[in-house]
Design a protein around this ligand. Sequence first.
Ligand code: NAD
Length: 315
Amino acid sequence: MSHKILISDGLSQAGIDLLKAAGDVTVDPKIAPDALLAALPEFDALIVRSRTKVTTQVIAAGRKLKVIGRAGVGVDNIDVAAALTAGVTVVNSPLAATIAVAELTLGLMLDLARRTPAADAAMKRGKWEKSAFMGDELSGKTLGLIGFGRIGAEVARRARAFDMTIVAHDPYLSDGQIRDRGAEPASLEALLQWSDYVSMHLPLTEGTRNLFNVQRLGLMKKGARLLCLARGGVIDETALAAALDSAHLAGAALDVFAIEPPTAGSIAEHPKVIATPHIGAQTREGQDRAGLAIAEEVLAVLQGREPHFKVLAND
Ligand code: NAD
């Protein structure tokens, strides 16, 4: 019997094709919450990105549901505990975004060093403000990476090509593992004091929420720059605005925000912030990989094989 699979968010054609070869696939990337509740009872699998909210109610409506697949990594939009209680397996595709996020991190670091977004905006206003745009070089600077997993390690590999010195803090890795991945291990405090650029590549958990508070921002080197392409909640945005206003920090690049989309007057509007709308994973190649990977994970569950990336909790 063919498995019935509902895709309720955008998914790459490569992923859809793989699923169609093995099941009966319905693609409805704009399905409204009510229509989703009405449709779900007949489906064995639900595949989402971040738009569809998979609440307790949605899970209860999926009477035949065996698996929920999240194309990408964050499962903030899925009530994982409710799914597991209902006997539904949750899978994601955490490897797909690594290169996309690492490349954007390097791009934003260069933008912070040379203020390219502001220079471009001035040109668009008809200005030729050459002397206003004296920049810095990345070469010879220290990059501090907080969280040295997949993305952190790929950022380090690319930053080495820019002749940066790399230090990393990751309490779940040994000093030897950090050195093997190409960085010098450091305590969080030392990293903040040494680094010209600090970039975060760690998950949002109760332990990392507001990790960048007044005190930790205060430990950063004067004139340093901060990047966050992880999750918004790791930075106290009010404290960051104050650190930028006082010129303690020279700039920040943020792809993620405590509230998305940010509300009026948020940190995204600060003149010293380069803001992007959570586009870290948004590359054609990354989305193709995410689509294929989640199709393989969902099919593994439906066909009784062990998936590679089971999600066991929301944190
Ligand atoms: P990963 O699991 O490979 O690496 C995360 C690392 O953070 C791990 O090595 C872990 O030990 C470390 N860590 C956990 N708690 C820490 C703490 N308190 N201090 C320092 N390190 C800590 O994950 P990844 O694939 O490298 O992704 C990193 C983060 O990037 C994810 O958590 C995700 O939220 C974010 N992300 C963002 C986008 C985007 O679109 N901007 C896309 C993908 C992932």
